[in-house]
Write a protein that binds this ligand. Structure first.
Ligand SMILES: Nc1nc2c(ncn2[C@@H]2O[C@H](COP(=O)(O)OP(=O)(O)OP(=O)(O)O)[C@@H](O)[C@H]2O)c(=O)[nH]1
Ligand SMILES: [Mg+2]
Length: 310
């Protein structure tokens, strides 16, 4: 029985092998991606993002335990854009979710950048589809920070949880632009610490200034003590219902599909240039002319595009 047949039967080992295969672009990876795409699309994807140490893993651990009570199959992808191999905070993520490792209804996978073109979001997207076919009903993607690559990753989520903590002070202003556009639910975690109410007020004020079809909910939580978890689960459910009734669920999935096609065109075009010796030689000579101002980069780029041999 091949790996995809085993995957369809919920086999975790097959899932782990297939994720490694596509992550490392091993032989046959495109066939796997083609097949799992057609078989996927059922899982609900929840993105968990926010500053380092804000409690994302602790919160994810508690949310998963709460959803497990209603018998849901869950997968967690811990993504760390900062450490290609060492796995920086990935270790921390796994430690927070240690006892979940023993739960047969939970699958956990850590992913780093591995420095590939289109790297993280491409691999993360593939892993989501594989875990979807395995039968995960919810897939949590935890990623640290609010940089561009994180925005790329959570763009793949149906609902994004933005985890904030008291005492971010000016940081909250600095990250304002990034967080406001991607948070569907805002969680003030570590509400046991001083300044939690002030942070909630700051977030509410920022939401007042922004325009939303549906205003994100702000939930106070103490993930470490399992407080506020039911409200977060409820807020996720509410957002899910809103997406379905407003039709945005399918609109978002269409946007993701379009992004995915464009990303594949970009990655493939780059590959066709960089992995083709003739095209590479052309690129070298055009690069010299552009550097010497004998040609502009647009003419050079167009020349390459017109001459790409697929
Ligand atoms: N006081 C307090 N501490 C908490 C709470 N939730 C988590 N922590 C602690 O905060 C620290 C970081 O928690 P993590 O869950 O690893 O945070 P994270 O956002 O996943 O961290 P990175 O993945 O490294 O960015 C740990 O020591 C937790 O025990 C909380 O509600 N209150
Ligand atoms: Mg973490």
């Amino acid at each position: 029985m091949d790996l995809i047949d085993q995957l369809k039967e919920g086999n975790k080992r097959a899932a782990a092998k297939l994720i490694t295969l596509v992550e490392n672009k091993m032989p046959g990876y495109e066939e796997v991606l083609k097949e799992v795409h057609k078989l996927s699309g059922n899982a609900y994807v929840v993105g968990v993002t926010g500053p380092p140490g804000s409690g994302k893993s602790t919160l994810t651990d508690k949310l998963v335990k709460s959803l497990r009570k209603s018998g849901k199959n869950i997968a967690i992808i811990a993504v760390d854009p900062t450490s290609p191999f060492t796995g920086g905070s990935i270790l921390g993520d796994r430690i927070r979710m240690n006892d979940l490792n023993l739960d047969p209804g939970v699958f956990i996978r850590s992913m780093g950048t591995r420095g590939h073109l289109g790297g993280l979001s491409e691999s993360t997207r593939a892993a989501v589809k594989i875990l979807d076919v395995m039968g995960s009903e919810y897939i949590f993607i935890e990623t640290v920070g609010v940089g561009q690559s994180e925005v790329e990753i959570v763009k793949n989520a149906d609902t994004t949880l933005m985890v904030l903590v008291p005492g971010l002070g000016d940081d909250i202003q600095a990250i304002k632009a990034g967080i406001m556009e991607i948070g569907d639910v805002f969680i003030i975690n570590k509400s046991d610490l001083d300044g939690a109410n002030r942070t909630k007020r700051e977030v509410e004020m920022m939401l007042d200034l922004s325009h939303y079809e549906r205003r994100p909910r702000v939930v106070m939580a103490v993930a470490m003590d399992n407080k506020g978890i039911d409200e977060v689960v409820e807020a996720v459910q509410e957002h899910h219902d809103f997406l379905v009734t407003s039709g945005q669920y399918h609109q978002n999935r269409a946007v993701t599909a379009r992004d995915e096609i464009l990303e594949i065109i970009q990655v493939q075009t780059m590959k066709n240039v960089l992995e083709n010796p003739e095209m590479n030689k052309e690129l070298e000579s055009l690069t010299r002319q552009v550097a010497l101002r004998k040609m502009d980069p647009y003419t050079a780029g167009k020349y390459i595009l017109d001459n790409i041999q697929g």
